[in-house]
Write a protein that binds this ligand. Structure first.
Ligand SMILES: O=C(O)CCC(=O)C(=O)O
Length: 339
């Protein structure tokens, strides 16, 4: 059928058309039917892109932990996440904005999702593995909403197979809308489907899909970069809003500022939302009035974006509040006149 920018479909119609341009419609189908998908390296980037990502992660590992030993046993019995690597190399910002990865993640958690985690992951030979789990961290509810609250990409720096210690999935489990029981964790640790994929692939899934990993049977390291994105009103797991620099905001496209949540409306102080920032129309998570940002937008945002101001939440500025209110009324009247 002819897909148009139907307003009733919101930004999904634009996103769908861009995912089609990237030849990723089958991946949408796999996400919807099986709860996970794998994007092959050539749809993620050219060979030199993958080489840069590999070098960048290896240099983080070396800087934090030292050069891995030649015998491939430095990480024996380890299944180790290393946190908050985003600011350690600009190549990671490029990976974050990767059209295939970001596009499929946005299919799962919305075009105004925010970045929650950006980590490296190393696993060495031995018995260490990730138990079967899902990433839906709201333990106050026994069952889940119909759609995910967060979504992940794993960008593979090394090849994955069961013997390499690959991530594994329970296909279709995202439709069960619940956590695995201890007996299910045990059963699926051996029966889950291992991902077989080349370095440079991206594995994507939503927070309801059960997954884990196999032990690594060969020497050397399994390496991967993890990005987690969540719906905009949730608390992030790492503090990107506080740690992003003005330079990083300005060298990246506008959508990057939305991922950093520097225009996010929460938390409110006595002055309510920052109406001036809201009117700048940057992706602002919880109250999203911004336009759709194309996956292909590479233009640096320059001085159109800025870090989140230091708000004085307990100070009430009556004049500022009244003028923001007046501006909102005028905007809404102008919108009504247009309709
Ligand atoms: O590869 C693994 O060990 C599991 C990955 C995982 O659980 C995750 O990225 O959330």
């Amino acid at each position: 059928m002819q897909v148009e920018n139907w307003p009733s479909a919101g930004p999904s119609a634009r996103l769908y058309q861009e995912l089609k341009q990237l030849d990723l419609l089958e991946n949408i189908a796999e996400l919807d039917v099986f709860g996970f998908t794998i994007v092959p390296p050539d749809k993620v980037g050219p060979p030199d892109y993958h080489a840069r990502m590999r070098e960048s992660l290896l240099s983080v590992v070396t800087e934090r932990f030292g050069e891995p030993a030649q015998n491939g046993l430095s990480w024996e019995e380890a299944n180790q996440i290393f946190r908050l690597i985003l600011w350690e190399n600009e190549a990671f910002e490029e990976l974050l904005m990767n059209p295939a990865g970001l596009g499929l993640v946005q299919h799962l958690v919305g075009t105004n999702c925010i970045l929650s985690l950006f980590d490296g992951w190393v696993k060495g030979p031995g018995e260490a593995r990730t138990p079967i789990h899902c990433d839906h961290w709201d333990f106050s509810r026994k069952t889940f909403a119909p759609e995910p609250m967060s979504a992940n990409f794993n960008y593979l720096i090394t090849d994955y197979s069961a013997d390499d210690g690959a991530i594994s999935f329970v296909p279709g489990s995202h439709k069960w809308h619940r956590y695995p029981s201890p007996a299910e964790v045990k059963y699926w640790s051996e029966h889950a489907h291992p991902v077989e994929a080349k370095a440079g692939s991206m594995v994507i899934w939503g927070d309801q899909t059960w997954h884990g990993s196999f032990p690594r049977k060969v020497n050397g390291e399994r390496l991967m970069i993890l990005g987690t994105f969540s719906r905009g009103y949730l608390q992030t797991q790492e503090p990107f809003r506080d740690t992003v620099s003005a330079e990083a905001l300005s060298r990246n496209p506008l959508r990057f500022a939305g991922l950093m949540d520097v225009y996010g409306a929460f938390p409110f102080g006595k002055d309510d939302v920052d109406a001036r920032r809201l009117s700048e129309n940057i992706n602002s998570s919880a109250i999203d009035t911004a336009p759709y940002y194309s996956l292909f937008d590479c233009e640096p945002a320059g001085d159109k974006v800025s870090r989140r101001p230091e708000y004085e939440y307990e100070v009430f500025n009556k004049e500022g509040w009244l003028s923001a209110r007046q501006a909102r009324v005028e905007r809404s009247m102008a919108r009504n006149r247009q309709e």
